[in-house]
Design a protein around this ligand. Structure first.
Ligand SMILES: *[C@@H]1O[C@H](CO)[C@@H](O)[C@H](O)[C@H]1NC(C)=O
Ligand SMILES: *[C@@H]1O[C@H](CO)[C@@H](O)[C@H](O)[C@H]1NC(C)=O
Ligand SMILES: *[C@@H]1O[C@H](CO)[C@@H](O)[C@H](O)[C@H]1NC(C)=O
Ligand SMILES: *[C@@H]1O[C@H](CO)[C@@H](O)[C@H](O)[C@H]1NC(C)=O
Length: 542
């Protein structure tokens, strides 16, 4: 149905820039034109970022191991980049589309991303990573289906819907960016959008008796959102590429940057039902709604919106802990997800990351272990590749909170290829955090209130924790994750709270192998844009 956006599926490998992708796997070609256009999501006219005229942008449909060739034409009057939240870009951080890895596409120019959704399944999204473009749109869903012979642990749904939810400002994104550039905090958002639309404007049609998959991603700027459907239960089946134990929920907390798949059976009387989305852990609660429409519906939505959870952190924490991997289900490969025993591997390093808010030179900033990230004049990955000195320093962020006063730096943490790392996110602030790592998924082994100590490891789930790419950290709480560093590259570790990311709560993890083999990392793509101090260098041709 939504196979729009100029997709051509080919089974050949003659396109000249494709040297390093899996040549035996299918290709999907996309031509995207990024423009500004008028949108009215909350009833007032705004300047939105459209992809091929659409807001939100077109969904990317793919199957495990597909090569995605996405030619992005930047028709904005300013530089632009797209990043792929949760797509791992194995051996290929050059294509990650954040400013630490990839040069911005200049206005009027184009750049062809060459991605492979290698060994992945699941629900993700893409978004514009530069400036404060994310507040104007430019995002869309990504789905990676299992290959035909690999069993999926539930019957084929009758329909499969992308539902992008997120908080939203009626301010222009340049106005928001200017507020941040002046060192001020953003005001509270104005509303919540569901697939780019305000109250009851988005509708999802179902046939009575059938079961549907909903892929819900929080593409917003900061708020955790609760998702629920009047009169219907949801069965959770997938979280960012992991098939979960199929558990029934009446509402689901989706933190900013996260993606979930649920199954919903249209098993109620034939009418229309509210889908409600509301902000969590906020004093003022924003709420919006969409419509679950039975095809033979005899009446429109009615009654009050279904209420959200009334308890705050405990409900959410208990729900998070109840989300487990189905160890016997297949993931992207036919072997069961439980065949990799992450809980038996010895940790080679523990990294503790503490987030703080503060001021530097009288301006609002945010930091990780006291370092507030500032971009360099050259993408770090390119500086690394061309061995251009003076752009960044490995070790410019410590492994532990230092208690030092906040300072600015282009923070890069070094890490060894094949290390098995424990990261403890320590949140001493009184607001919830959401952390994301590009290039990887990690096992969320534990979370709890208070301060993490080594004894906290006794509470870890070392058996069936979910492997995902974005995790929440509750207020004055910690979350611990395990990561197998099996993907060489320069990877962005960031908050998904977008104003905080913009003002420094991020850094890059440089996963390094001294071997320098293309088995571990692809060379720079031939079409790579070169900027900053990398301008004019030669990309090696293969
Ligand atoms: C992109 O869209 C704009 C506005 O419709 C149009 O002027 C431009 O030619 C398009 N560019 C491409 C590469 O399709
Ligand atoms: C720009 O698009 C053209 C086709 O429209 C393509 O041949 C070229 O490779 C693209 N440039 C980059 C840098 O990807
Ligand atoms: C786990 O996956 C298997 C398929 O391997 C499926 O039969 C079973 O119902 C799933 N169990 C739960 C609790 O989701
Ligand atoms: C982990 O470490 C323990 C003791 O330090 C050792 O006995 C064990 O063999 C190690 N396990 C693995 C899988 O390397």
């Amino acid at each position: 149905m939504a196979q729009n956006g100029g997709i051509i599926l080919l089974l050949c490998a003659t396109f000249s820039v494709l040297a390093m992708v899996g040549a035996e796997d299918p290709y999907r070609f996309f031509e995207w034109n990024v423009t500004y256009g008028d949108i009215y999501p909350l009833g007032v006219r705004q300047q939105g970022i459209l992809i091929n005229g659409q807001f939100p942008g077109p969904d990317i449909y793919s199957v495990t191991n597909d090569n995605l060739i996405i030619n992005v034409h930047n028709s904005l009057p300013e530089p632009f980049l797209i990043s792929w939240n949760g797509v791992q870009q194995r051996r290929n951080s050059f294509e990650d589309g954040v400013y630490g890895t990839t040069c911005p596409i200049p206005p009027g120019k184009n750049f062809t991303y060459i991605l492979q959704v290698k060994d992945q399944i699941g629900s993700f999204f893409y978004f514009p990573s530069l400036a404060f473009h994310k507040a104007a749109g430019g995002f869309g869903g990504i789905r990676i289906l299992s290959r035909p012979r690999i069993p999926v642990p539930f019957p084929d749904p009758a329909g499969d819907y992308t539902i992008l939810i997120g908080d939203w400002y009626t301010h222009n994104h340049n106005t928001l960016k200017a507020i941040l550039d002046r060192g001020r905090r953003l005001p509270f958002p104005d509303g919540i959008l569901i697939n780019g639309r305000g109250a009851n404007a988005a509708s999802f049609t179902v046939e009575r008796g059938k079961t549907y998959r909903l892929r819900i991603s929080n593409v917003g700027l900061q708020n955790s959102l609760n998702f629920r459907i009047q009169g219907h239960k949801m069965t959770l089946v997938e979280v960012e590429g992991t098939h979960t134990l199929q558990t029934s929920y009446s509402s689901l907390d989706v933190h900013v940057g996260q993606s979930y798949s649920v199954l919903v059976t249209a098993d109620q009387a034939a009418k229309d039902y509210y889908i409600a989305v509301s902000s969590r852990f906020t004093e003022k609660v924003l709420t919006s709604s969409a419509v679950l429409h039975y095809s033979n519906s005899v009446s429109p939505v009615s009654g009050p919106l279904p209420g959200g959870p009334t308890t705050q952190i405990d409900y959410s924490l208990n729900q998070a802990r109840s989300i487990r991997t189905n160890l016997t289900a297949s993931g992207p490969r036919p072997n069961p997800q439980g065949s990799y025993h992450y809980g038996l591997i010895n940790i080679t390093r523990t990294i503790k990351l503490g987030n703080t808010a503060g001021q530097v030179n009288g301006k609002q900033r945010y930091a990780v272990n006291s370092v507030s990230f500032i971009p360099a004049d050259t993408p770090l990955k390119l500086a690394d590749y061309f061995k251009i000195g003076g752009v960044f320093r490995i070790g410019s962020i410590p492994d532990q909170p230092s208690g030092k006063k906040m300072y600015l730096d282009t923070s890069v943490m070094g890490a060894d290829f094949r290390a098995f790392v424990e990261i403890v996110f320590e949140n001493r602030e009184s607001i919830i955090q959401s952390w994301h790592l590009d290039g990887y998924s990690f096992w969320v082994v534990g979370m709890n209130g208070g301060v993490w100590t080594p004894a906290s490891r006794n509470q870890y789930n070392l058996r069936d924790a979910v492997s995902r790419c974005t995790t929440q950290v509750y207020p004055k709480s910690w979350t611990a994750v395990y990561i197998a560093l099996d993907n060489v590259g320069m990877w962005n570790l960031r908050t998904e709270f977008w104003a905080r990311q913009y003002l420094g709560q991020q850094f890059y993890l440089r996963v390094y192998s001294p071997v320098g083999s293309i088995r571990d990392e692809y060379p720079i793509p031939k079409n790579a844009l070169l900027c900053g101090r990398a301008a004019g260098r030669k990309t090696r041709s293969l």
